[in-house]
Design a protein around this ligand. Structure first.
Ligand SMILES: [Zn+2]
Length: 339
């Protein structure tokens, strides 16, 4: 009989967390009051709104809420607070390593331009990591509804700041817009510059979008990718290539990708030998953080403690953490299981 250990003490890596989406709801309310920003009830109530991103209007609503939250981050001190609190929340949830995803374009106008914005973010991450002890790195993410030239600029910028803590390059926003191949040049710049390719795919769109991430962007990890479960051959390919899916169960249900938590195909991916890194995506809007995703695997998919430990190992192996850091976390996972 397997013992039920606390998932919050299970050491893990968090590889799918968006910048503004990591904000504490209480912090958003405080910042909105500070700047006189009117928050819609959905953001003020502290209860996450039920969204339906599977239709265009629902996705638009999600983006609008996200934009309002982002507009409350105005000064370097707000950025520092956000990063610090994201780290504190993740530490409480057992994270030993966090890769936070950000599109600096959105913050550039208020922070003096693209490079200054990125520098403020990287400074905040470095300081927080040093002071809290949580290993932290940054993924720069381009926006797929914007022009691919913007993505190239971002990729070059990300490569230039690589030694300041940037480990990867992503692509976010509505997968139904445009084609992954429109961003192939940007991803080539990022990969040639030594960054890991981690675009979103297989969330709002089906298996074809995951295949595009592999073929056109040579993804090393897929943001979400869960809908690869609809195509056994694709899943086999992902598993063979050891391309990890950053699966975010609570987000999937909040955005209407799946009806219930039990419908998220965690077991299908697991049985196919597909590595996963569970993530919270946008806890501000989806209402649950990192450890809760492991709780969902246990409660809704019957993952045993040994299986949860293996999920945590998969998250660590897929991370960009240095080898010695990975080895240490893997050891701590064994210790958790041996308790
Ligand atoms: Zn995401």
């Amino acid at each position: 009989m397997d013992r039920v250990r606390d998932v919050r003490t299970l050491p893990k890596a968090h590889l799918h967390l968006h910048f503004t989406g990591s904000m504490r709801p209480g912090t958003l309310i405080e910042l909105a009051d500070k700047y006189g920003v009117h928050l819609p009830e959905a953001l003020r109530s502290g209860r996450p709104p039920r969204l339906r991103a599977t239709d265009e209007r629902g996705w638009f609503r999600f983006q609008r809420l996200y934009d309002i939250a982002r507009s409350c981050l105005r000064g370097p001190e707000d950025i520092q607070r956000l990063v610090r609190e994201a780290a504190e929340e993740d530490l409480r949830d057992g994270a030993r390593w966090l890769e936070i995803q950000v599109d600096p374009t959105s913050y550039a106008p208020r922070l003096g331009g693209l490079s200054p914005a990125l520098e403020i973010i990287l400074d905040a991450v470095e300081t927080t990591s040093r002071e809290t002890g949580l290993g932290m790195r940054v993924l720069v993410a381009a926006n797929r509804v914007k022009h691919p030239l913007e993505a190239r600029t971002l990729a070059r910028l990300a490569v230039r700041y690589r030694d300041r803590g940037i480990v990867g390059f992503g692509l976010s926003n509505d997968e139904r817009h445009g084609f992954a191949r429109d961003f192939d040049r940007a991803f080539a710049i990022a990969r040639d510059g030594g960054l890991l390719a981690a675009p979103h795919g297989g969330e709002l769109s089906g298996p074809a979008s995951v295949r595009d991430c592999l073929d056109d962007l040579r993804a090393a990890r897929i943001g979400h990718g869960v809908r690869a479960a609809e195509d056994p051959r694709l899943l086999e390919r992902l598993a063979r290539a050891r391309v990890t899916c950053e699966v975010c169960p609570a987000s999937n249900v909040a955005l209407g990708v799946y009806e219930t938590l039990a419908d998220v195909p965690l077991r299908t991916l697991w049985r196919a030998g597909e590595p996963m890194a569970l993530g919270a995506d946008d806890p501000l809007l989806f209402g649950s953080r990192l450890a809760a995703q492991y709780g969902i695997a246990r409660e809704h998919h019957g993952f045993t403690d040994a299986e949860l430990a293996e999920l945590a190992r998969q998250s660590v192996r897929a991370s960009a953490a240095p080898e010695d850091v990975r080895a240490k976390i893997l050891l701590e996972i064994d210790e958790w299981l041996a308790l």
